[in-house]
Design a binder for this molecule. Sequence first.
Ligand code: NOJ
Ligand code: CA
Length: 536
Amino acid sequence: MNEKKLWWKDGIIYQIYPRSFQDTNADGIGDLTGIIQHLDYLQELGIDGIWLSPITPSPDVDFGYDVSDYHTIDPKFGNLQDFDRLLSEAHKRDIHIIMDLVLNHTSDQHRWFQESRMSRGNPYHDWYLWRDPAPGGGAPNNWKSIFGGPGWEFDEKLGQYYFHMFNKHQPDLNWRNPDVRATMLDIFRYWLDKGVDGFRLDVFNAWYKDADLRDNPRLPGIHLRPFDSYKHIYDVSQPEMIPALQDIRKILDAYPNRYVVGETFLADSAQARIYIGEDRLHAGFDYGYANTPFSAKAFGKAIQFWDSLHGENAWPNYFLNNHDTPRSSSRYAGPNDDAKLKLLAAMHLTVRGTPYLYYGEEIGMRDVSLSRGQIQDPVGKRYWPFNKGRDGCRSPMQWDAHPFAGFSTAEPWLPVHPNYKVRNIANQAVTAASLLNFYKSLIALRRQHPALYAGNLSLIDTGEDALLVYKRFTSEETMLVVLNFSKSIQSYTLPVAEFNHWDLIFTGNDPITSHMTDSNLDLPPYGVAILLSQAA
Ligand code: NOJ
Ligand code: CA
């Protein structure tokens, strides 16, 4: 990536779920050495940053999202030397590393929590949200856990409850305690000093709770999860969050080219946008786009909305997949049909914003289906069969047709998808029309064209339900992206080109592709066309 580009803005970020990427010591769990082994692959794919789901020590109640030490690497993934090696090997390849910081809660095994539950007088007691029972007995207020059941857990010895937004083994920190706040901010400095390029903040807008822990108002209706029966106005999105983000941003801005992206929790897009800006987050995640049904109109609307919320002063980002949600391949496409996935990839890599990819998305890995006994995720364990949890999208990376898909030589922690003998990186690398080759060529195209990685976006209303059409443009070039969301052939009359004429420069890698005759474009089912018009 050349000097003028800004990696997190003009580039592409690839999320790795470290447990499932590559195991190198035959314990069935991915590790840092495994990630290092595949940096050449990631460089060739054309990505600019890696977001690593948590790699700090964890008892794995929530697989890394219950942290028991913020300052080292979980031995199952390696050690600090391995991490330094990962950083320097990634940097050699112009790949940046984003750490996942889980600062809303710790593991109940964290030393701070262990201390805090020793006695009410312990200096760490106030580091967590301990409260006496309500006057008539029972939980201090009506807050619930999003993972199921009450949000309060009673400790017999102390005679008090502590609050946990997630699992009871993930007690929430008390960010109103100045020592907690200062310690949290030091965690940023610690990893920045090690050379980390950015952070993804886990459920950051839940850090602060209402100072008086007021009851959330009740919503009408009956819900499977008690959590959904309340309007969450006191347990998330409190005003103190903005100054906290401002302090974090000041810390980051003292280092060159750093980045912080936040996972906004229980907030609508407009609320998520509030946290993004020059003096706060560089970017924030929003589920609006990922939750869109497969339709040109619906995606057009989602993109228009998220894009205009950002306006000129902020840069959107987009994801279709992450470790918490069923894979887009399983949501949108049949088991062997990648045409829709190519179409979605074409959209994902050409809208204005930073595209996030999730490991295996580039080969269309599908969710694995598990029996009850194979479930690992606490959410699936609790809500089976109504909600089978998030394991489906966390299965081992499918590298090749070797046993366990080349992920490991031992039985992996989650089963490999049975399609791995056909659907794997090695196979798709040598198959001209594969999804992987589609991604590679489109990523390469995106890297060459400022209109695609940095240009503005304007959607074109074609009056045709099947088509999603938009322009991306800078003062020097305009690109037109035409996407056919239907299973039938579509024709499209091209608008007048900004400069001179349109060149059809990308049509994908299927034997039958879009073609242009004069000012008319014909697209096959789920066909893609990218056109370029540039100053002479
Ligand atoms: C959001 C993370 O993405 C999810 O995986 C985790 O379970 C919760 N936060 C709790 O940390
Ligand atoms: Ca391992």
